[in-house]
Write a protein that binds this ligand. Structure first.
Ligand SMILES: Cc1cc2nc3c(=O)[nH]c(=O)nc-3n(C[C@H](O)[C@H](O)[C@H](O)COP(=O)(O)O)c2cc1C
Length: 172
C-alpha cells in the first residue's frame, strides 16, 4: 500500500511479546511527540507522560495489572495521564487523550516497534500514581507497553464496514 498513514493504521496490531532489545530514548520521545500532536479541544493539550524503563519500576508496575507478563516483557512503558487541573471539558479532554494514545501506537508502528494499549491497569490507578510518585491531579488514561516485536503473527479482526454505518444517504 502506498499511503503510509493508511498502511500504519491497517498494519498496526497490539503487540504483547517483545525481544530483549532496548528501545532508544529518541524513539520514545518521537512516540510522545506524535502523541502531543494529536488534536485536543481548544488545543488544551491535557496529556502528561511518564517513561518507565528501569527493571525495578517495571516489576512494580507489572504487579498492578493482570497483564504483568506484557509489562515485564516490554523494555519500556509510557504511562499516559490527564492533568485534571487543566481540564476544560470532561468528555472532550478524555477524547483528546484517546487521540493522543492512538497517535502514539501509530508512531510506534511506523518506527517498526510493537506496542499495546493497556487499560486493565486503570483498576489500580491510585497505586500507579503512588509508584510513580505522582499527585492525584494526574489521572491515568493508559499504560502503553513498547518494545521490538518478537514476531509479526498477531492477528485481529473487525466486523464488516456495513455493520457500523447506521444510514447512508444517496450520493448526489
Ligand atoms: C481502552 C483500551 C484498553 C485496552 N486494554 C488492554 C489491556 O489491558 N490488555 C491488553 O492486552 N490489551 C488491551 N487493549 C488492546 C485491545 O485488546 C486491542 O486493541 C483489540 O483486541 C484489537 O486488537 P488490535 O489492537 O491488534 O487491532 C486495550 C485497548 C483499548 C482501546
Amino acid at each position: 500500500m502506498e499511503n503510509s498513514i493508511l498502511k500504519a493504521i491497517y498494519q498496526r496490531r497490539s503487540i504483547r511479546e517483545f525481544t530483549d532489545q532496548a528501545v532508544e530514548i529518541e524513539q520514545l520521545h518521537e512516540i510522545i511527540k506524535a502523541g502531543i500532536w494529536a488534536p485536543s479541544g481548544l488545543n488544551n493539550q491535557p496529556w502528561r507522560f511518564v517513561i518507565i524503563t528501569e527493571q525495578d519500576t517495571r516489576e512494580k508496575l507489572a504487579a498492578l495489572t493482570k497483564y504483568s507478563h506484557i509489562v515485564l516483557a516490554a523494555p519500556a512503558s509510557i504511562a499516559v495521564f490527564l492533568d485534571t487541573t487543566t481540564i476544560y471539558d470532561q468528555v472532550k479532554d478524555h477524547q483528546a487523550a484517546g487521540a493522543c494514545i492512538q497517535n502514539m501506537l501509530l508512531a510506534a508502528e511506523s518506527l517498526d516497534l510493537g506496542a499495546v494499549w493497556l487499560g486493565q491497569i486503570l483498576k489500580n490507578k491510585s497505586a500507579v500514581n503512588a509508584l510513580l510518585q505522582l499527585d492525584n491531579q494526574y489521572d491515568l488514561m493508559a499504560v502503553i507497553a513498547i518494545g521490538n516485536p518478537a514476531h509479526h503473527n498477531q492477528k485481529s479482526t473487525r466486523k464488516d464496514l456495513q455493520e457500523f454505518i447506521l444510514n447512508q444517504e444517496k450520493m448526489p
